[in-house]
Design a protein around this ligand. Structure first.
Ligand code: ATP
Length: 317
């Protein structure tokens, strides 16, 4: 069996550890692995090279992805998908492992429906694939966010300041939620539990009136005009506020031990599924067990985060 592997969408720390596990597991089952560079874009261009056991021995601790990644509009069009199937056939690649997020899985599902054997591995810092407790990259990014917030807190404490901190997540509030659960912030607003400006002000006012003058407000990206929010708080509470957008620093860095273990387990599971003739499945983790689920169901089986939000109410009361 000749297995292709690609990384697609946003890069996430731990993608290299997943590539390492895929190559080593494939070697164990005597399969050949072909690395496809730049995701679906590289697939359309036939940008490939063989990956051997020794190629991946020193990559598990590296951030980013050695295969590089890309977003590819051409692939999304009907003719693009058909071209990809043709390229795979010409290269004699009969199976594919796609490491990426929700969009990448949609593409993977379409390839599966056209007869390619495909397994998906969730790699995205946003943790927005909700069928799985964790995606590869989320834990590392959470640790980066906490480290950055810790540094902001030092200066906020010294100056009695409040800072609005915007974190990534796209339409998923997990980075903000888990940062606050880890004690990283005093007020949070996420797509799942969005606070209006007045509620943010009244929560902040309560804290300031009780003598807490340094506060972190954690906000998921894309929710507000942050300058407008900052001005609103400053005018309403007659206090000065800072805003920090953490940005792409959240994507980089060496993967955490948790992400590396998760990547190894998911990589091995993906190869195992292909070896047993399965296709059209995404691997994941639920209650500490590696699971698999049909691509079609990844948006139906949603991990409930309500208990985490309930606990946060206790922590931040
Ligand atoms: P991240 O969560 O890190 O952004 P992602 O996988 O969701 O990762 P996208 O940009 O949404 O990132 O998707 C990556 C690529 O997957 C796209 O550039 C496109 O080539 C392919 N893709 C996305 N949606 C579809 C779709 N509906 N059909 C076919 N291919 C798709």
């Amino acid at each position: 069996m000749r297995v292709g592997v690609l990384t697609s969408g946003g890069d996430a720390p731990g993608m290299n550890a997943a590539i390492m596990a895929v190559v080593k597991a494939a070697s164990y089952y005597n399969m050949e692995v072909i690395g496809i560079k730049y995701g679906y874009k590289g697939l359309l261009n036939g940008d490939i090279h063989k990956l051997t056991y020794s190629d991946v021995e020193n990559i598990a601790d590296k951030g980013g992805t050695i295969l590089k990644t890309a977003r590819c509009m051409e692939f999304m069009e009907g003719s693009g998908i058909e071209k990809a199937v043709e390229v795979l056939k010409n290269l004699d690649i009969n199976s594919l492992i796609v490491i990426g997020g929700e969009g990448s899985f949609k593409g993977a599902d379409r390839l599966h429906k056209l007869g390619v054997n495909v397994i998906g591995i969730p790699g995205t810092i946003d943790n927005d694939l909700r069928y799985t407790d964790y995606c590869i990259g989320f834990d590392t990014t959470l640790n980066t966010v906490l480290e950055c917030i810790g540094k902001i807190k030092d200066t906020d404490y010294s100056h009695d300041k409040t800072t609005i901190v915007e974190v990534m997540g796209r339409y998923c509030g997990d980075l903000a939620l888990y940062s606050a659960l880890a004690g990283g912030g005093e007020i949070i607003s996420t797509p799942e539990k969005k606070l209006d400006f007045d509620t943010i002000c009244s929560k902040l006012s309560l804290r300031m009136n009780s003598g807490k003058n340094d506060n972190i407000i954690i906000i998921t990206e894309r929710m507000y005009d942050l300058q407008e929010l900052q001005r609103y708080i400053e005018e309403k509470l007659k206090t000065s506020v800072r805003t920090t957008i953490l940005g792409f620093i959240q994507r980089g860095g060496n993967p955490s031990g948790f992400d590396r273990v998760l990547a190894s387990k998911m990589g091995i599971k993906a190869v195992d599924l292909l070896n047993n003739g399965y296709s059209g499945l995404a691997v994941g983790v639920k209650n500490n067990k590696i699971i698999d689920i049909e691509f079609e169901d990844v948006n139906n089986e949603i991990v409930d985060k309500q208990d985490s939000y309930d606990m946060l109410d206790i922590l931040l009361h």
